[in-house]
Design a protein around this ligand. Structure first.
Ligand code: PBG
Length: 324
């Protein structure tokens, strides 16, 4: 035997030298849930360790995350049912708690990279990402609402908009509205290949945003397909996206790699709620070791070609790295 691959594994120092993928807290975006009111920190039952914060408690939470080295957050709103309607008008009401909250975050932490979500579902009484008519999701009519929402979020000081709705043409439409209104510096991280996945369940619990009828299969992608991801990535690139995102992450590592090898834009992956809760449930039962499994999951997403990972593990990972 003149070739013995184990030689490159014989000590920690050598393993470190040959290690190809390194994961940094700077690669991570921490998704957070905002609720109306003050003094609130409400546990999300299906996501152990994750909370819904009101703006005052969220500001303190952001501060503690920043001390751990986290530099980017993605804020999602959880709206009470009475503020929802079929056209999601609350999404662009400048006095709504979400937009007010975004403004406060940016005012207190101007250096943070603030990301938002662009889709109708948190504000829609139908629970869909687009406008519903006769049981169908309308594409072009939805764009108009997404455009208003995007502009309102850009005005609130968001650095990166995250259109998560999967309507056709929305990246170009939003880019044009932003530019016409002077927001040429506001970035777009498109949910390029977003699949109709079972792994969003806990997130929909957190936001009470599950669809009231049907499913999201006429706009989110079929988990059985990969070629379509190339079409979506091509369109988003042409329409002016700054980042391409794949969602979920773990069951779609091949899609991450496919986009990474075919497109020069930075690839992001969303390690979604169900992926987080799956590990937490196993840990609660004593079946898996939390820290090792978390690092392995996140590293695999990066190894597949994602430069950026949106993950509910962000704070925990940062604590692990810092050693507290
Ligand atoms: C809303 C949206 C969803 C997620 C992010 N933005 C849910 C959905 O599409 O139903 C899921 C995130 C997660 O599961 O962590 N458009």
């Amino acid at each position: 035997m003149n070739i013995r691959p184990r030689r490159n594994r014989k000590s920690q120092a050598i393993r470190n030298l040959v290690e190809e993928t390194s994961l940094s807290v700077k690669d991570l975006i921490f998704p957070m849930f905002l609720v109306q009111g003050s003094g609130k920190k409400i546990a999300v039952d299906s996501m152990p360790g994750i909370y819904r914060f009101s703006i005052d408690t969220m500001l303190r939470e952001i501060e503690s995350c920043m001390k751990l080295g986290i530099e980017a957050i993605d804020v999602f709103p959880a709206y009470p049912e009475e503020l929802k309607n079929t056209t999601a008008t609350e999404s662009y009401n400048p006095e709504t708690f979400y937009l007010k909250g975004l403004r406060e975050i940016k005012k207190e932490f101007p250096e943070i990279c603030l990301m938002s979500d662009v889709a109708m579902d948190p504000y829609s009484s139908d629970g869909h990402d687009g406008l519903v008519k006769d049981g169908k999701i309308l594409n072009d009519e939805t764009l108009e609402i997404l455009g208003r929402m995007s502009l309102a979020q850009a005005e609130a000081g968001v650095d990166i908009l995250g259109p998560s709705d999967m309507m056709d043409g929305r990246v170009g439409y939003i880019r044009q509205i932003l530019d016409e209104n002077g927001f040429t510096e506001t970035s777009i991280m498109s949910y390029t290949a977003k699949y109709a996945s079972a792994f969003y369940g806990p997130f929909r619990d957190a936001l009470d945003s599950a669809p009231k009828f049907g499913d999201k299969k006429t706009y989110q992608m079929n988990p059985a397909n990969s070629q379509e991801a190339l079409i979506e990535a091509e369109l988003d690139t042409q329409e002016g996206a700054d980042f391409l995102m794949v969602k979920p992450a773990l069951a779609y590592l091949d899609i991450i790699q496919l986009l990474h090898t075919n497109f020069p834009l930075p690839i992001a992956a969303y390690n979604v709620s169900g992926e987080y809760s799956m590990l937490k449930a196993s840990v609660e039962r004593g079946w898996l070791e939390n820290d090792r499994a978390m690092v392995e999951m996140l590293t695999s997403i990066k190894r597949a070609g994602a430069k950026i990972i949106l993950t509910y593990f962000a704070k925990e990972y940062a604590q692990l790295v810092i050693g507290k």
